[in-house]
Design a protein around this ligand. Structure first.
Ligand code: GDP
Ligand code: IMO
Ligand code: MG
Length: 428
């Protein structure tokens, strides 16, 4: 697997952090290519738990290179807080194990303010964003007024871009929404402090990643969020503002599609979602509550309770298609032990038709009724299983159904949060 993508196949929180850490053992480089600190990736090693937001999950190994690619939106305050948090847990971060693209867009204080203002203005139609300034920062990138890491490295350039942005943003923040005006000096001084600290980490990362792949080093691309939060293929507008699917890697890391060899979709054995938006297999009953409590389904970034529901194979099939997945890694199958019957969505009833794709229009999606197939559950707890043979027969039937419906093999099964609670059952 010289260049392998690890991406979310559902609505995020599938266990990408855990699987990236697991696969990183054999890799030399781990690259984040989109999103920002809206992500919350949990990695458990030994008796320690690490919550990562912006820094790639390869950081827990010594001597791996971690890359924050150009497609990421970077909040320097959050970056240095995360570095401090990791340092306290004994993880040292230096330019030898972390590099940051000079093309990466910076999240500025006004992006976070605007995220809040926009959400409040949407009222009942709010998206339920993480409030980290992600949408407004990507908006500025596309509008071509964003400030990049390379700008921060040049005082005068940064000052000029900041001045222009403050003038523009104050028109919205102060004149339209009546909130307090932004202060140039305060932001300038704060960011100049970050500039100093960030400088040794800043590199042309596209060249580094390209060279590493050419040298035969194994490179992992760690996705954030998930397929149905993708700006193009997700449940728009209830999505994040980046391309979370495999295509996002080429843009966000600066490599060509022909260099990518594998794409593993991380799929939770059931479905969860945080924030607003449609969710056809959502369980708003005690089974949903049972899954939430057993699976500890509470957000890593915002602490919000995650909505829970049955496994939706229409979503996994979509993920396999739009990202060209070479396999799935199925996580949290241990959580389902104890349920007598399990339902799996194998299509949507849409009018008098049955469809196996997610319609673009939310109005159409709202009319879709999940078509369920029922499976027998298993009682045996499986967190100690370390091989496919040790899994209960009914769990094997469940996994086979995923493979059959999506026409994509399951290469890895995860039965707990820890690194060793993982079994590789075929080539990724
Ligand atoms: P990510 O955003 O995709 O990295 O996922 P999160 O870290 O937000 O959420 C996944 C949660 O499930 C974390 O608390 C993980 O420690 C945990 N986890 C991952 N894989 C498994 C698994 O196979 N079984 C159980 N029980 N927990 C898991
Ligand atoms: P990881 O990487 C789950 C959701 C938010 C909201 C929508 C838009 O841990 O899987 P944003 O702040 O990005 O503008 O919010 O996207 N969201 C996530 N949901 N996991 C995540 O990341 C998410 N990052 C954003 O809840 O619905
Ligand atoms: Mg998460």
């Amino acid at each position: 697997m010289p260049a392998c993508i690890v991406l979310g196949a559902q609505w995020g929180d599938e266990g990408k952090g855990k699987m990236t850490d697991y696969l990183a053992e054999k890799a030399g480089v781990v690259v984040r290519y989109q999103g920002g600190n809206n992500a919350g990736h949990t990695v458990e090693v030994g008796d320690k738990q690490y919550k990562l937001h912006l820094i790639p999950s390869g950081i827990l190994y010594k001597n791996k290179l971690n890359v924050i690619g150009n497609g990421v939106v970077l909040d320097p305050k959050a970056l240095f807080e995360e570095m401090g948090y990791l340092k306290e847990l004994g993880v040292e971060i230096t330019p030898n194990n972390l590099v940051i693209s000079d093309r990466t867009q910076l999240i500025m204080p006004y992006h976070k303010i605007l995220d809040g203002i926009k959400e409040r203005a949407r009222g009942k139609k709010d998206i339920g964003t993480t409030g980290k300034g992600i949408g407004p920062c990507y908006t500025d990138k596309m509008e071509r007024s964003g400030i990049r890491v390379c700008d921060l490295m040049h005082k005068e350039v940064f000052a000029e871009k900041l001045r222009d942005n403050i003038e523009d943003k104050n028109n919205i923040i102060n004149k339209i929404y009546g909130e307090e005006e932004l202060n140039f000096d305060a932001i300038y001084n704060e960011y100049m402090g970050y500039a100093q600290k960030m400088k040794p980490f800043v590199k042309e990362t596209s060249v580094i990643v390209y060279d590493k792949i050419k040298e035969g080093e194994e490179v992992l691309f760690e996705g954030a969020q998930g397929t149905l939060l993708d700006i193009d293929y997700g449940t728009y507008p209830y999505v994040t503002s980046s391309n979370t699917i495999a295509g996002g890697v080429c843009i966000g890391a600066g490599i060509g599609p022909t260099m990518i060899t594998n794409a593993v979709g991380i799929a939770k054995a059931y479905t969860t979602r945080v924030g607003k938006g449609p969710f056809p297999t959502e369980l708003s009953d005690e089974t949903g509550e049972w899954i939430r409590e057993k699976g500890h389904e509470y957000g890593v970034t915002t602490g919000r309770a995650r909505r829970c529901g049955w496994l939706d194979l229409v979503i996994l099939k979509t993920a396999a298609r739009v990202s060209g997945l070479t396999s799935f890694a199925v996580t949290k199958i241990d959580t389902l032990a104890g349920l007598e019957k399990l339902k799996v969505c194998v299509g949507y009833k849409f009018g008098d038709k049955a469809i196996d794709y997610v319609p673009a229009s939310l109005e159409d999606l709202a009319k879709c009724e999940p078509i369920y197939e029922e499976f027998n559950g298993w009682d045996e707890s499986i967190e100690n299983a370390r091989s496919y043979e040790e899994l209960p027969e009914n769990a094997k039937v469940y996994l086979k159904k995923i493979e059959e419906f999506t026409n994509t093999k399951v290469s890895i099964v995860s039965v707990g949060p820890k690194r060793d609670q993982t079994m590789k059952i075929s080539h990724i």
